[in-house]
Design a binder for this molecule. Sequence first.
Ligand code: MG
Ligand code: ZN
Length: 222
Amino acid sequence: VSDTDASRTIEIHEALLGKNEALAERNRAMFRARGLTVINVLSSPGSGKTTFVQRTIADLKGRRRIGVIVGDLATDNDARRLRETGAPVVQIVTGTVCHLDAEMVARAAERVGLDDLDTLIVENVGNLVCPSAYDLGESLRVVLLSTTEGEDKPLKYPSMFQTADIVVVNKIDLAEAVEFDREAALRAISDVAPGAQVVVVSAKTGVGMEAWYACLEHRVGR
Ligand code: MG
Ligand code: ZN
C-alpha cells in the first residue's frame, strides 16, 4: 500500500465518521424528544451480550418497556433468543460490516415501534475495535468484559473501554474455573477508563444484576 493510498483510506474513513456523527446527533435529538433511553451494548464476540440483555428485559419487566435492536454479521439467532422475552426485537444483519452505524440504527428504530417503549437496547456486533468509533446517538454506552477473556483486554483495546459509561464484568460465575484475577481486571479497567462505573455480574445466574439496574437508574434518571 502506497502512502497516497493509505492517506486516501484515512480520508474516506474520516468522511464516513463525519457523516455518522451528523446522523448520530439526529438520532439523539429524536430519542430525546421521545424521552427514550438508548443503551449501546458492546463487547467482543462471546462475552454474553445477548444473555445480559435477555436477563435485563426479564428483570425490568413492569419497570421499563424495552425494545431491542441487535446487530450480527450473519444469522438471526440472537433476535430469536431475545424475542422469547416478549420484547419487540429487530435484527440487523450487517453482512461484511463489523459494526452498527447511526443510519442502520435509525432505520431499525422505525421498525421496532418506539411509541410503545421507554428504553431501547442496541446489542452491537461483537467486536472490540471499530464499534467504539461509531456513535449511534445512544444515552449510555455499556461495555462488557467477561471473565473468560483475560484481565488485560481493557489495556489491549483502550479505545473501546475509554468510551464506556459503564463497564460490566460478566460471567463471574466462571471466575474460579478460569482463574480470573479480579483485582487485575479492575485495575486494568480503572487505568483505561477511570470515569466508568464498574459492575460485576453473572447474567446467567443473575448475581450482581441489581447493581447494574441501580447504575442504570442512577445514570439515566427516572
Ligand atoms: Mg449476541
Ligand atoms: Zn467495523
